[in-house]
Design a protein around this ligand. Structure first.
Ligand SMILES: Cc1ncc(COP(=O)(O)O)c(C=O)c1O
Length: 429
């Protein structure tokens, strides 16, 4: 990102003005949730001021709300590359995935199996593991603990059992590994399995094309890419219409409404719309500098979204390489976890530090205004497999488009000061 673009991006985020102990806050906690731009805050406010009515009635504000939701389905259709009636809103990804699993199980019989992976967040494991109560067998695709990647040979073997569903993440929120989901979906479809992709971590970092992937269900959460706390699911129409979800008889029984129980988070949807618009706006304003033609950008909102994501991804990956290099060469006490160089990854970098727990390191950094996460982040199977549970898991650094090289320099400098961390940990104990 050039200087002008970076300044423009940073200016959009009012939260960046925060200070802690005299230090400007560096929000390196993106994988736990992004900061939101002013336009998202304005959209939520606009909803409350100018709409704020439940849908389905004839008066003006109810009609405005209905129109806004329809528009939001439209922008997510561009985000996923699907049709508006394949976009399902929900409380969050976990709740949507539970609803999906509980609907799918109605098509299964005891003895059928589903496949999950060790690299997944519990939100894409728990809903499937719970089906064991209904006599469904659940198998786990192994991860390679040295590279934090999926063991594709193990996947091949486990597919021989012809699972009815395969649930896998696009990218791992613990260490940033991007999996070859297109290949996995193709392999799963060869045995007629339904495919469910958790794109919550990935969605902030790269383009999603559900048509190209040929995925059946794909879930993400707007708060991971500049939006409020709502979940959004792509559901292939022919697959969604076959489901018999738990719902009310007063509800529409056809796509995309059948999985949307109760009143939706309407202000959240308004904000989620603005979050995708923010990405598109960056693409439209600055896509020219990244090989996009003005006509291509003006003609098509999906192109704007793709350009925006490309700009962010390019910026993040440059900073990720910079950070990994700086830690590898300058922080002797750090051990990095994650995919080997060259393997597709996001800008999420995880490590352990000497004999310290992840929480000790996160607290030490937090006091310096460097906000990172410590723990398992619900990617608990991964952390168990890495043998890090008794050390409190990993320290996770997430690089978002509003983070700067200066912030990473501050982080590396703080991590290099082993004595300061030692004094801090002693004072804490
Ligand atoms: C990879 C991944 N999947 C699923 C989830 C759960 O999403 P939600 O909080 O929307 O339920 C998260 C949240 O951290 C995540 O990172």
């Amino acid at each position: 990102m050039n200087e002008q673009l970076f300044e423009y991006v940073r200016k959009q985020f009012p939260a960046l003005k925060r200070e802690v102990n005299g230090f400007p806050v560096a929000y390196l906690d993106g994988p736990g949730g992004y900061q939101v731009p002013e336009s998202v805050i304005a959209a939520v406010k606009h909803y409350f001021v100018d709409m704020n009515a439940n849908v389905g009635s004839q008066f003006e504000t109810a009609q405005n709300t209905s129109a806004m939701i329809q528009d939001a389905r439209g922008i997510f259709a561009d985000f996923f590359n699907c049709c508006w009636d394949e976009v399902v809103f929900g409380a969050n990804m976990t709740t949507l995935n539970f609803a999906l699993a509980q609907a799918l199980v109605r098509q299964l019989k005891p003895g059928d199996s589903v496949l999950i992976t060790e690299l997944d967040h519990e939100a894409n494991r728990g809903p499937w593991l719970q089906l064991q109560d209904r006599g469904i067998e659940v198998a786990d695709v192994a991860m390679d603990i040295n590279t934090c990647t999926l063991d594709m040979e193990d996947l091949k073997v486990k597919l021989l059992k012809k699972p009815k569903a395969v649930a896998v993440n696009y990218a791992c929120n613990g260490v940033g590994t991007i999996s070859d989901v297109e290949k996995i979906i193709q392999m799963a479809h060869e045995v007629d399995a339904v495919t469910v992709v958790d794109a919550v971590h990935y969605a902030a970092h790269g383009p999603i094309d559900v048509r190209k992937l040929d995925v059946d269900f794909l879930l993400c959460s707007a708060y991971k890419f500049f939006g409020p706390h709502i979940g959004v699911m792509y559901a292939k129409k022919e697959m969604l219409s076959k489901l018999t979800p738990l719902n009310l008889r007063t509800q529409y029984q056809y796509p995309p409404f059948m999985l949307e129980t109760g009143t939706l988070n309407l202000e959240g949807i308004a904000g989620a719309f603005a979050a995708v618009e923010f990405i598109a706006d960056i693409g439209l304003k600055f896509g020219n500098e990244f090989d996009w033609q003005t006509e291509e950008l003006k003609a098509n909102r999906r192109n704007q979204i793709l350009a925006g994501l490309q700009i962010f991804e390019t910026y993040e990956m440059a900073l990720t390489a910079y950070l990994i290099e700086a830690i590898t060469t300058g922080v002797s006490k750090a051990t990095l976890y994650g995919p080997a160089a060259g393997h597709p990854r996001t800008s999420t970098v995880s490590l352990t530090y000497g004999g310290y727990t992840a929480d000790q390191v996160a607290k030490y950094l937090g006091d310096k205004g460097l906000f990172v996460w410590g723990g398992h982040f619900y990617a608990i199977r991964l952390v168990e497999k890495l043998g890090l549970m008794d050390r409190g898991g990993l320290v996770r650094i997430g690089i978002a488009p509003y983070n700067s090289r200066t912030e990473l320099d501050r982080l590396v400098e703080a991590l290099s000061d082993e004595d300061a961390l030692k004094r801090f940990a002693e004072a804490m104990s």
